[in-house]
Design a protein around this ligand. Structure first.
Ligand code: DMJ
Length: 477
């Protein structure tokens, strides 16, 4: 073997060792001052790279598969979920050409599809995404698309309780308990009552209260079935209104129910919903909060007794510090953020679920979810403390080390091994990259105080919703 070839091979082996080391090691041992600051231009370039990968390998499909370089649809027909979900991120980044392309794409969508869709998921991503396009462009044809889509979701709310069925057929309006195939009529609390925000916006822009009123009926139907100590459970039968599981918590399955009780009031003050939020946040602080080994957690409790039934945290409930901070409860928001950051430092990414009393991972996968970045971003904006920006920089550095591939980013099947998974959720572009970017720009580019985000990180300008019209357009008494 020639000497040059030997050197070349040795270099290759050395660099692949470094890469595999990089894939497993978090930057957490570095001092925050050692972490390289990222520039907004870097995030923007990564968004563009991911978007172009979607266009090259999965255009027209719902989701990009980054390892196999292909795409797949959620249902039998594509709903264009990735583009519609990505629009507001491309737009806040000033990528006008790409945003315009999606606006035109959305206008060509025909919602008259014989397909059962999950009401919760398409509400936050498609309806939320379309409304975000309209909020920015004021293109009346986009609003017509949003109204058409909203009208196709409404039949789901025609249940005896007013709580929507799990799925609805976009063409026929028929409903179903489980993707059009199953028999049950059970939904979780987030699926039951995460509609006030998008349906409120749709009512406002269409000047038709029917959407907000349907969302409010569903929310109140959940709230009025609270237990004697004041909690909803996590699974409910939409026809009988009976709880089929009696756990209560902040994790996926209940998270956005609480999020919208608070956030919808920021755009659409409604005294009844505000009361529900104030009541609920007091109960959360009283019962969910769990101090363990000198750290603050929020546990799962029995809705009837308030007893802790599981000491776990899921990466979804990391959204809650953002809500607490926005609500003015900075102390709790900072305490729980410190807990999330501590968990990140253990693995260099958050596992989907962790049992804190056993120091054990229950589900090790990570889809590069946005919530921890979202909360650090809110805390940085609200407290002005630099440590939150440093956290965000660390999260970015870690995600780059473990999850970047030649075309985009990928999820991992276990944070202990950082084994690559051929998947990237639509919320990575819609939310995760957006929060990274917004954390790195100044107020002239994006003023946090002027917006409220839906649960899929689509930002809505507060000034677009005039207080004097809200009551009439939404039918608030
Ligand atoms: C998003 O789809 C939404 O934020 C939803 O409310 C729950 N979390 C995922 C991202 O983790």
């Amino acid at each position: 073997m020639k000497f040059q070839n030997f050197i070349f091979i040795a270099l290759l082996i050395f660099s692949s060792c470094i890469n595999s080391e990089k894939k497993q090691k978090s930057t957490t041992n570095l001092n925050s001052k050692d972490i390289l600051q990222y520039e907004s231009s870097e995030i923007k370039a990564q968004m563009l790279r991911s978007w172009n990968a979607y266009k090259t390998y999965a255009w027209g499909k719902d989701v990009l598969l980054p390892l196999s370089k292909s795409g797949f649809n959620w249902y039998e027909h594509s709903l264009g979920i990735s583009p519609i979900d990505a629009y507001s991120t491309l737009s806040v980044m000033g990528l006008k050409e790409e945003a315009k392309e999606i606006e035109n794409y959305a206008l060509k969508m025909n919602w008259d599809k014989d397909v059962y869709v999950q009401v919760f998921e398409v509400n936050i991503r498609i309806l939320g995404g379309l409304l975000a396009i309209y909020d920015i462009t004021k293109n009346p044809d986009v609003l017509s698309k949003a109204i058409d889509f909203g009208d196709r979701l409404l039949p789901a709310f025609n249940s005896p309780t007013g709580i929507p069925y799990h799925s609805v057929n976009l063409k026929t309006g028929k409903t179903s308990g489980n993707h059009g195939k199953g028999s049950g009529n059970i939904v979780n609390t987030a699926q039951a009552a995460t509609y006030l925000f998008e349906f409120g916006i749709l009512s406002y822009y269409s000047q038709n209260p029917k959407y907000y009123q349907a969302a409010k009926k569903a929310t109140m139907a959940v709230f009025k079935r609270k237990s004697n100590i004041g909690f909803p459970g996590d699974l409910i039968n939409v026809e009988s209104g009976e709880w089929t599981n009696n756990w209560s918590y902040l994790q996926a399955g209940m998270d956005s129910y609480y999020e919208y009780l608070f956030k919808s009031n920021l755009l659409f003050p409604d005294p009844e919903i505000e009361k529900v939020w104030e009541y609920s946040i007091a109960k959360i602080n009283q019962y969910y909060s769990d101090d363990y080994n000198g750290r603050q957690f929020y546990a799962c409790v029995n809705m009837e007794t308030g007893e802790i039934v599981k000491q776990s945290m899921s990466l979804y409930d990391a959204f809650f510090s953002a809500i607490q901070a926005l609500h003015g409860d900075i102390e709790n928001a900072e305490n729980i953020m410190a807990t999330w950051d501590w968990l990140w430092d253990k693995y260099g990414l958050l596992p989907t679920r962790y049992l804190y009393c056993e120091d054990k991972i229950e589900y090790g996968n990570s889809e590069l979810n946005p919530e921890i970045i979202e909360s650090a971003y809110y805390l940085h904006q609200i407290t002005g403390k630099e440590k939150y920006l440093k956290m965000i920089q660390k999260y970015w550095s870690d995600i780059k080390s473990c999850c970047m591939n030649e075309i985009a980013f990928h999820a991992v099947s276990d944070v202990r091994t950082m084994k690559e998974k051929d998947y990237i959720a639509t919320y990575f572009c819609a939310e995760t990259l957006k929060y990274f970017y917004l954390a790195s720009v100044n107020k002239d580019v994006f003023n946090f105080n002027e917006y409220v985000f839906n649960t899929e990180a689509h930002p809505f300008l507060k000034n677009n919703f005039k207080k004097e019209n809200v009551k009439t357009y939404l039918g608030i008494k």
